[in-house]
Structures are given as structure tokens and as C-alpha cells.
Ligand binder design. Sequence first.
Ligand code: ADP
Ligand code: MG
Length: 254
Amino acid sequence: MPEPFIRVSGLRKVYRKREQEFLAISDASFEVAPGELVSLVGPSGCGKTTLLKVLAGLQDYDAGEVRIGSASHSFDPSRDIGMVFQQALLLKWRRVLENVLLPAEILGLPMRESRERARDLLAMVGLSGSEDKYPYELSGGMQQRAAIARALVHDPKLILMDEPFGALDALTREKMNLELLRIWKQSGKTILFVTHGISEAVFLGTRVIVFTAGPARMAANIPIKLPEPRRLDVKTTEMFGDYSRQIYHLLGME
Ligand code: ADP
Ligand code: MG
């Protein structure tokens, strides 16, 4: 394995409210290599969003170590992370291109080049011709594509995705899974993909990290060796079924 890009060891996060303590993550340890797409799957409340916030530097933690980048490649969360959430969160008064440009504006990047890049990214996510539309003119899937382009516009090293396709219908979601794999291959980015969908996690991931709830802990880290490039019909294979069963079992759901 090349030098890891992300190293998490013994991570523990406790939320405290008055007298109450709530253990959101206990003893999570894993590594992510540069260019990997790692899925993180678990029931709601198991600490997935908390983990992404910790990685993004938006949330402190109680014990353990989190390192991103390396001595030779320093890492600045505000510059080097792109985030995609369950809702596209586009600004409704801005056209699609202007929405995609937002991170570049906030970071004060040169606008001419950023505009070029935003157009290229919109083409990459299949939204050429929609640059001047308003968000309400786009379908849910198209809005999420725009959100992905926005997450890439400042050329971050790491993309954190928090149930990005959770609000889409099943068919659009499968289509977006294929699109994401294509965008990942084309961009070469490191991606951490959070989902509560077991099938989605297995289909997308080079590895699947499984979190269980009550108490929240990391239960497994499973390399996924499905044939590449991944196609939807892989879901009907025995191998895919075996991976899924293994995860259902870990989550106590068989
Ligand atoms: P997931 O994304 O897997 O659904 P979260 O990371 O959002 O889980 O939350 C993990 C647990 O921590 C949940 O039980 C949630 O209620 C709790 N939690 C999340 N954020 C806070 C907070 N700011 N204060 C107190 N408890 C929180
Ligand atoms: Mg969450």
C-alpha cells in the first residue's frame, strides 16, 4: 500500500450535554490510500456524519489521532476538502455555473480560470448546457451533479460525501452511482462515501468500513474485490451477495 493519505487511529468522540454523555465514535482506526473510494456504511446514529466532520476539521474529538496528507504534502482542510451532502444545497437565486463557482469565490481563487474549470466540471458531470439555469429548473439528480461539480471546483484533494444520493429515487440513485464511479476514475480524487445503503456501499467502494450503533463502533474494514469496471449487473453475482451478506451479518440484520 502506498503511503496512506488518511490515517485515523483510536478515534473517540463523546458528545456532552449537561450531565449526559453520548458516545458517538469509539475506537475507530483505519487508513485510506490516495485515490481510493472508501464507503462507510452503518445505521443512522452510528457516527458517520460525526466522522466526516472530524475529518473536515469541523468537529473536535476526545481521543486518538487523525492525520491527512503527509510531511511532503501538507493538508489544509478549508482548501483541500470538497463536501457533498444529502441535499444539494444550491443557492436558489444563483445560476448553476455561479453555484459551482462558490467555493472558488470564497477561497479567493482567480475567477477566469475557475470559470473555465467550472464549465469543464459541469461537462464532466453531464450538465453542459445547464450553466445558466436556476436550480429549480433541474431534477434532483441534476442538482446533485451540480453539487458534485461544486465540490470539485477548487481542486480539493479529498471529497467527503454524506449520503449524497439518499434523497433520490432508486433508479436515479443507481444511475448516479455509475456516474460517481466515472467521475472518480476521471478525477483521480480520494473519496470517502457515507451511506446507509449496503448495496450502494459494496457497489462503489474499493473498501467498505462498517460502523455499528449502540454503542457506536467500527466493526469491520472489508476490501471489495469485484470485477472492474463495475457494472450494475455485478449486483446479481454471488460475490456481491457474499459481501452484502457479510455486512448484513455485522449489522445484526440477517
Ligand atoms: P449518523 O450520521 O451515522 O446518522 P451522527 O454522526 O449524525 O450519526 O450522530 C451520531 C450520534 O451522535 C447520534 O446519536 C446523534 O444523536 C449524536 N449527535 C450528533 N451530533 C450531536 C451534537 N452536536 N450534540 C449531541 N449529540 C449529537
Ligand atoms: Mg449522518
